[in-house]
Design a protein around this ligand. Sequence first.
Ligand code: SF4
Ligand code: SF4
Length: 239
Amino acid sequence: MKKPLRARIGGARVAAPSAVAERARAGLFAYVDGMAAQGAAPETALAEIAEGKAATGIARVALSATAAPAGLACTRGCAFCCILGGEDGATITEAEARALHAALRPLAGQPDGRAWHPRACPALDPETRACRAYDARPVICRSYVSTDAAACERVAGGIPAQGPGTLGPYHTYLAALGLSRAALRGVRRVSTHALSRLAAAAVEGASLEDALAASRHKPGALDAELSRSRRDRSRAGLP
Ligand code: SF4
Ligand code: SF4
């Protein structure tokens, strides 16, 4: 790679509001600088950015500093948000896909969330409705919150309702992924994966390679998720 990684990140563009894009870029710079300070080779930083570890790390740090909304209704076993929409369920990074597979593959053959609801995430326990991959759950699961569980049930049934939504760090995560992809264009693939397809493959006993292949998105999926993110922020009156 002729151009240094930092310069590539500096010149990358993403279709996100400028405040979100610049927060994500600052996070990627901090990630690269932090790895250099630890003595990691530039190739290691590049590999982690390509896998989405940087985007995930940026979001997790931001989430740890984000106050929960007042009147939060989320509790263990309240799982309407784990009833996933569309074919994909949600967008996750390759690093998150690998971690989820490692957590779920040992549970292959056990009843999964789909025994409770046909569109539930396969990572869910159908009896307790708790996430069986809690420590490995992706950023979208950590970011989606609500002040009204009944509204979540309506949304899961396809009826729009006020209450649930994603916290700001999810939008920064998407922008960081988009910047990572733009920065590494022609050097390394930055893939995203479908949560529901990855989890289904893992609990059905697929190998990591097969689960990654079965869940890998086409490149346009991240662009579509970035568009949804912009619409959601605009509806919420955020810049
Ligand atoms: S987001 Fe909604 S469904 Fe999920 S735990 Fe919170 S209140 Fe329950
Ligand atoms: S990974 Fe866990 S928290 Fe996320 S949708 Fe699946 S069951 Fe729910």
